[in-house]
Design a protein around this ligand. Structure first.
Ligand code: PMP
Length: 352
């Protein structure tokens, strides 16, 4: 705290990302990164983009990337917004669609950034208590004068909500913006994109950080009706017209063109997830059903915080949240088969 800070900053409780300790080499399963490298074609495109054109500002409207993403999903460029990671797209969305005094709804267990954005932009929120098994009680998502946001699959649980359930929420909240944060959708879920044609109140947010192995590049995007996208453009152009640099734009375009690489890595991750879930259950853990590149696990006897600490001593980093309802769970990202074998070996040692 400092006397030089504005009142707004004094009141902020920022989001704390997963730790990145440097004291030794860890098996890093705490931030849901993709263990496989990005598309080699994307890397070549980025190297080629690092040329004398960096002297020039990047194109502020990001047309080529928006066209590419639009064509990939069968949408028009006007239905696509791109930003510096989906965190930025989320932050812009809070500014673009929600007002102080009109509370938004999100689950009590969800992506920890939502309450942070709400506080930053002075937006009230109400929590929907998830069912005991962390599934979403669809009927509770009714907000006549605010808005709604939830991840699908949810974070940090990995639980997935069906398109039929999402459509029920959209139908009940016709006049409100409903944001579905699909950061993890490519690992087995079905995107709500096909609902866009009937619901102009739906905004879908996705990222290249997970299924396209580009967390370090910072590219996220939103899909929605042209009127929602225009609001995001207004916010962006009032803050920073150049949120994506030339290198990121070039890499992101190629990443979308390399379907074979995308398909191969996501299949590998889903197969590893399946294998690891079975092994963990055999060790006596409860494993929440997951459609994401992560699993959410809990042991009936050994406290999660202790397992977290002991895994760290074994050189394996996972995520522990000291929060009500989930303080006996660990979130474990799906790494490569070798990384997951290290994790399982350490876990066997801890629970024996
Ligand atoms: N949404 C959810 C639910 C997430 O878990 C994450 C990753 N922490 C993000 C959005 C942000 O991803 P990025 O900013 O890397 O696109």
């Amino acid at each position: 705290m400092s006397k030089y800070w504005s009142k707004a900053v004094q009141g902020l409780e920022p989001y704390v990302p997963g730790e990145q300790p440097k004291d030794k080499v860890y098996v890093k399963l705490n931030t849901n990164e993709n263990p496989y490298p990005p598309s080699p074609k994307a890397i070549l495109a980025m190297q080629a983009a690092a040329d004398d054109k960096l002297r020039l500002y990047p194109p502020p409207t990001c047309d080529e990337l928006r066209d590419t993403i639009g064509a990939y999903y069968g949408l028009k460029k006007e239905q696509v917004f791109v930003g510096n990671g989906s965190d930025e797209v989320l932050a812009f969305s809070f500014m673009a669609f929600f007002d102080p005094g009109s509370p938004i709804l999100f689950p009590d267990i969800t992506y920890s950034f939502y309450p942070v954005y709400a506080a930053l932009f002075h937006i009230d929120y109400q929590l929907v208590t998830l069912n005991e098994d962390f599934s979403i009680p669809v009927e509770a998502f009714w907000q006549p004068n605010g808005g709604i946001i939830f991840p699908n699959p949810n974070a940090p649980t990995g639980r997935y909500l069906s398109l039929a359930a999402i459509e029920t929420i959209l139908r009940k909240n016709r006049d409100q913006v409903v944001i579905v944060d699909e950061a993890y959708i490519d690992f087995g879920g079905e995107s709500a994109i096909k609902l866009l044609q009937n619901y102009d109140n739906l905004l879908i947010i996705q990222t290249l950080s997970k299924s396209r192995s580009l967390a370090g590049l910072r590219v996220g995007f939103a899909l929605g009706s042209a009127e929602l996208i225009e609001a995001l453009d207004r916010v962006k152009n009032s803050i920073n017209s150049y949120t994506l640099d030339r290198v990121a734009l070039a890499g992101a375009v190629e990443a979308f063109k390399d379907e074979a690489h995308f398909e191969e890595t996501r299949q590998k991750i889903m197969a590893t997830r399946q294998r690891v879930m079975v092994s963990i259950e055999k060790l006596g853990f409860e494993v929440v059903p997951s459609t994401a590149n992560l699993i959410f696990i809990s042991h009936p006897v050994i406290p999660a915080e202790r397992i977290f600490r002991e895994l760290r001593e074994h050189g394996v980093l996972v995520r522990y949240f000291k929060k009500p309802r989930i303080d006996n769970f660990l979130r474990v990202s799906i790494g490569s088969d070798e990384e997951m074998d290290c994790f399982l070996t350490a876990l066997r040692d801890i629970v024996k």
